[in-house]
Design a protein around this ligand. Sequence first.
Ligand code: AP5
Ligand code: MG
Length: 218
Amino acid sequence: MRLIVLGPPGAGKGTQAQRLVVNHGLVQLSTGDMLRAAVAAQTPVGIEAKAIMETGKLVPDSVVTGIISDRLDDDDIKGGFILDGFPRTLKQADALERLLAEKAMPLDGVIILEVDDDALVERVAGRFTCASCGTGYHDTFKPTKTDGVCDVCGSAEFKRRADDNAETMRTRLQAYYKDTAPLVGYYYAKGKLKSVDGMAGIDAVGAEIDALLADMKG
Ligand code: AP5
Ligand code: MG
């Protein structure tokens, strides 16, 4: 399966992508995670992206499209992937279309997670991840089973994102509605769009996505 998961910041794209990795063996391609890794490694791309990401604006199309283009050449994605946070502009969507056509890897579907803005702010404010294995959690909606210990790897180190504050979140939401929301119509017109109620709990959203995947496989 080759999928895109679309949705505003905090909608649950990463959470559901991680679930698809575990349950369906897909590879998660998150441009946000790739950019954060580049920032941490202080690569030229990371140095350019750091200041932009801290304001909540979008990194230039050419930078993220270049990253995805390279990643699509890797062997591990041949069994299927889920794009999380890419494409995010119409230019990126057109570039992806060309890349996938060149590589004869057509998309199976685009899942849009529909979540109210108030819930997005709450989700982002409570988010934290394991510093060791990257598993995502939430103070209220997905706490660790044992306080202060990662369920998956047992690490006691956690981190919060620099862009998860109220001011940056406003800019991220503006960028979403201005630049990314038009992709909903773009993929609807191609007959690829599947809408999911992202206001439900994490497992209920996952079950709805599983049902869509079963339908796509026919
Ligand atoms: P990116 O990392 O992609 O961030 P984002 O789109 O803002 O989305 P998030 O990662 O914040 O949210 P999510 O939907 O993954 O939610 P999550 O599953 O964590 O991008 C960051 C920045 O990088 C951008 O601002 C931009 O600068 C740059 N960038 C990245 N890609 C780019 C591109 N293609 N072009 C240009 N620039 C790019 O869930 C959130 C929280 O809610 C978690 O704590 C989770 O546990 C909880 N939760 C999840 N689902 C539920 C549920 N159903 N019920 C209750 N809680 C839930
Ligand atoms: Mg994410």
